[in-house]
Write a protein that binds this ligand. Structure first.
Ligand code: DAH
Length: 344
């Protein structure tokens, strides 16, 4: 028993406790129910009467030594800030988080969607990785149209009849809607699009579009004009005027580009509208009968219009931001400008 007492004392000499947990572990190891000192007290019961006095004293001393040592450690670690948790005043008020806000592109996209929702349009989305058929072929693009070139479009896979690519416009979603939805169709399709463009103040390789499509019996160009005029007035204010210029898109006939009266100089001419008094906002037209037929719609019974606009472009005009790149750089000084922009 003598050696065992010595052994415990030697272990105690070696003992180092740097954290509260280590102190508690040491207490359990020596003084706990199954601890080494406790075990010696158990053993003490079997000691013969002639030795009881001596060992009784030795054991009590041992217990006192161990207890004192552990208390010493306990005192030293509670002085130690690290092991004792933070020393700061935990009742102090915390730092307030700066609330986030919607990105300007997201705000404008939401406004466009809400305006058309009020007019009774549904919202549809389609895949960003599309196939040639939905982006080009079903939309009446001729086989050698430049948009089908690697220079203009990011291809994901090539070498087969219907290669996968990153959609270059959300017009692909109108094809998916015509294929899958019952007529009449009145839908807008917001989403991201991708083009193989050098990044500049006016172009980016990723941007957002909202596509619109309305197909029913007896839909005319007058309906298209009215829809766009109402949209322009909701978006740019009740005095906004539009003008339509003839244009060309493979999927519409006739096709038109639409300008809105400049909301900065109100038609007088300024540097934003380059002195013309007009700002281009979208492309549109009557859906080409070939496009209707490609998706199984009888072009003798049904007609429709489509339009497509760039969300960043509308946002630039609305807020007079003259460099597209601001929308992608996530500079907080820019984004904070929009933290109080109202949503529809
Ligand atoms: N898809 C065209 C583009 O990306 C935009 C567009 C023009 C969509 C005319 C249309 C449309 O639906 O009728 O530039």
């Amino acid at each position: 028993m003598k050696e065992e007492i010595e052994k415990v004392l030697a272990e105690l000499d070696e003992l180092k406790c740097l954290t509260r947990k280590e102190v508690e572990d040491a207490r359990v190891r020596f003084l706990g129910k199954k601890g080494e000192v406790t075990a010696l007290f158990e053993q003490f019961r079997t000691v013969g009467p002639e030795m009881k006095r001596e060992y009784g004293r030795k054991l009590n001393e041992l217990k006192q030594t161990v207890t004192a040592k552990i208390e010493e450690f306990r005192a030293s670690v509670s002085d130690n800030a690290e092991s004792d948790g933070p020393k700061e005043d935990l009742t102090m008020p915390g730092d307030a988080f700066e609330p986030g806000s919607r990105h300007p592109v997201s705000i404008v996209r939401q406004q466009i969607v809400e305006i058309f929702r009020k007019f009774g349009y549904d919202v549809a989305e389609g895949p960003e990785i599309e196939d040639d058929y939905h982006v080009f072929e079903a939309l009446n693009f001729p086989p050698n149209h430049p948009a089908r070139d690697m220079q203009d479009t990011f291809f994901v896979s090539t070498g087969h009849v219907n290669p996968l690519l990153l959609r270059t416009h959300t017009s692909s979603v109108q094809v998916r809607e015509m294929e899958s939805q019952p007529l009449p169709i009145r839908v807008i399709c917001p989403g991201r699009v991708f083009r193989n463009e050098a990044i500049s103040a006016r172009a980016h390789c990723i941007f957002h579009q909202v596509e619109g499509l309305y197909i029913d019996k007896n839909v005319t160009f007058a309906d298209l004009k009215q829809a766009i005029l109402l949209f322009a007035r909701e978006m740019f204010g009740p005095d906004a005027e539009i003008r339509m210029r003839p244009s060309y898109f493979p999927f519409t006939e006739p096709s038109s580009e639409v300008d809105v009266s400049c909301n900065i100089c109100h038609g007088k001419g300024c540097n934003i509208c380059k002195g013309t008094g007009w700002l281009e906002i979208l492309g549109c037209g009557m859906v080409d009968p070939n496009v209707l037929e490609a998706s199984g719609i009888d072009s003798k019974v049904y007609s429709g219009f489509a339009f497509g606009m760039g969300v960043e472009r509308i946002a630039m005009l609305k807020w007079q931001v003259n460099d597209l790149r601001h929308y992608f750089e996530n500079d907080m000084r820019f984004l904070r400008e929009f933290s109080t922009a109202t949503e529809v």
